[in-house]
Ligand binder design. Structure first.
Ligand code: ITT
Length: 199
């Protein structure tokens, strides 16, 4: 079965492909870059799930193919859950590194025991006939004071998962995917992908 990945984030595409391949799904994954004429949807939902559904519905409608979207972000306890759904543009669109720098500055005076955070991911599957499914995943941890590691993307270099003494950016990709918010959301979505896509 064909499945369009409704994301323009190249790092997500790599991770989604690996996670779905590991799940043994028989799907032909198509990147959103195959449809450059489809405009980006306005992500004006108030939750990860709402924004994931907006992205998946837009692409399923435009392409006539099943679409899978990921909306995700980092939620910091002390910041009341921010950056949350605003994670990608926390520094006003200046990129991942600037986002991390701003977040570290916002937490500068906070001791390790106050730096709890979690990553959240909502995966949305939408079929051209409008049927939809959502699955969510989380990963809890704490925020470091300095970035460490070259792997992953976004906030990975400052995020230390609970129970590990390394950041997500120090983990091999397979190990990140096995525990990540994205990995967990997708694993929860596998039965629905099999059922709806017959994959
Ligand atoms: P699309 O909407 O096209 O999928 P995006 O990057 O704008 O791409 P989101 O709105 O879902 O996607 O924002 C996700 C942001 O959350 C991402 O840019 C990172 O800053 C952060 N993030 C999500 N998952 C992450 C991960 O696994 N590791 C590090 N940071 C992550």
């Amino acid at each position: 079965a064909k499945l369009v990945l409704a994301t323009r984030n190249a790092h997500k595409v790599v991770e989604l492909r690996e996670i779905l391949a590991d799940a043994g799904l028989e799907v032909d994954l198509i990147g959103a870059d195959a449809f450059p004429e489809v405009p980006d949807v306005v992500e004006n939902g108030t939750t990860f799930a709402a924004n994931a559904l907006l992205k998946a519905h837009a692409l399923a409608k435009a392409t006539g193919l099943p679409a899978l979207a990921d909306d995700s972000g980092l939620c910091v306890d002390l910041l009341g859950g921010a950056p949350g759904i605003f994670s990608a543009r926390w520094s006003g669109g200046r990129g991942d590194r600037a986002n991390v720098e701003l977040l570290l500055a916002q937490l500068a005076d906070m001791a390790a025991e106050h730096r709890a955070a979690h990553f959240a991911c909502a995966a949305a599957l939408v079929l051209p006939d409008g049927r939809e499914r959502v699955a969510e995943g989380r990963l809890s941890g704490t925020l470091r004071f300095e970035p460490v590691g070259d792997g992953g993307f976004g906030y990975d270099p400052v995020f230390e998962p609970v129970g590990l003494d390394r950041t997500l950016a120090e983990l091999p990709a397979a190990q990140k995917n096995a525990i990540s918010h994205r990995g967990r959301a997708l694993q929860a979505m596998v039965p629905q992908l099999r059922e709806l896509l017959d994959a």
